[in-house]
Design a protein around this ligand. Structure first.
Ligand code: SF4
Length: 296
């Protein structure tokens, strides 16, 4: 799959096994910026012990406002790991009492990640495995994760192709995202929790609100309600933090209380279930340091 890469909708067809690099900037060797217990996910994912989060380098979307840009960008450099090492990292996180393994932006490494999950399960991994992704995934690629992933955590970023093109260079985002989430929901079914309220199976759709885009947020929420209703949980996020936004001045501020409260009111009016963030959530403390923690 790496030798003529079509893993994501960019379909670069480059030979990553031979040193060629596509839109995402990733080679065929997995790179990881951090593997640690993370306490800032939704309550049913972080729980009390934390989510065993593994942050992969590079990304197929390249959003101009990316909150993890130091690791996601095309030229970022992180720690190389093979499938065996990655499976050991999963087991180490389980040993530290993580509630789950949380794979952040891993889809451009799908073949290697699938192999690592299989290896880890053979070696005793039993906690749920969660795929945390941008929503810009091919259905064919999501099918490769069937029976390996217990929980999907996709973004649903945009309704409008105008914004999707302007901020993520992905004019077809809506169509791609809806098909991908259809496949995810088909695989997981409705959310299932354990007795402590920790999610064991299901799909949680995240929407990060952006400044001046309240009407797009409402359209996204409406589509979620129409497409999947109570088969999914929805997380309405207000933690957007602007960095270097001089080329996009309309994004150079945090979300206002008015914008967020309007989003929440619409969320409730649609009868969606899930999570919202209380008070002033926009802080850089949500963004971890990508310093190789938990990898060496
Ligand atoms: S995963 Fe990377 S190289 Fe492969 S199609 Fe997507 S952007 Fe291109």
């Amino acid at each position: 799959m790496y030798s003529k890469c079509m893993l994501c909708p960019r379909e670069c067809k480059v030979n990553r096994a031979n040193g060629e690099i596509g839109f995402c900037g990733a080679s065929d060797k997995m790179e990881i910026g951090r593997a640690s217990l993370h306490h800032w996910e939704e309550p049913s994912i972080s729980g009390t012990n934390g989510s065993g989060t593994v942050f992969f380098a590079h990304c197929t979307l390249g959003c101009v406002y990316c909150q993890n840009r130091s690791i996601s960008c095309r030229h970022s450099k992180s720690v190389f790991v093979d499938e065996n090492k990655l499976s050991e990292i999963f087991l180490d996180l389980q040993q530290k009492n993580a509630h789950n393994i949380n794979l952040v932006t891993a889809v451009h490494y799908t073949p290697s990640v699938c192999k690592a999950i299989d290896l880890a399960k053979q070696k005793g991994l039993y906690i749920p495995v969660l795929l945390n992704c941008g929503g810009y995934e091919k259905t064919e690629t999501i099918k490769l994760f069937d029976k390996k992933i217990d929980i999907y955590l996709p973004d649903f970023k945009y309704y409008s192709g105008y914004y999707a093109e302007k901020y993520s260079n992905a004019v077809d985002y809506l169509e791609v995202c809806e098909k991908a989430i259809d496949e995810m929901v088909k695989q997981t079914g409705k959310p299932i929790f354990n007795k402590d309220g920790i999610l064991q199976k299901g799909t949680v759709i995240r929407h990060l609100m952006l400044p001046n885009m309240l009407s797009d947020t409402k359209q996204v929420l409406r589509r979620i309600a129409e497409n999947w209703g109570d088969n999914v949980l929805v997380s309405l996020m207000r933690q957007y933090t602007p960095f270097d936004m001089q080329n996009f001045p309309e994004l150079n501020r945090k979300i206002t209380d008015y914008e967020y409260n309007e989003g929440v009111e619409y969320f409730e009016m649609l009868g969606l279930s899930g999570y919202r963030q209380e008070g002033e959530a926009a802080t850089e403390s949500f963004i971890p340091e990508f310093n190789g923690e938990g990898i060496k």
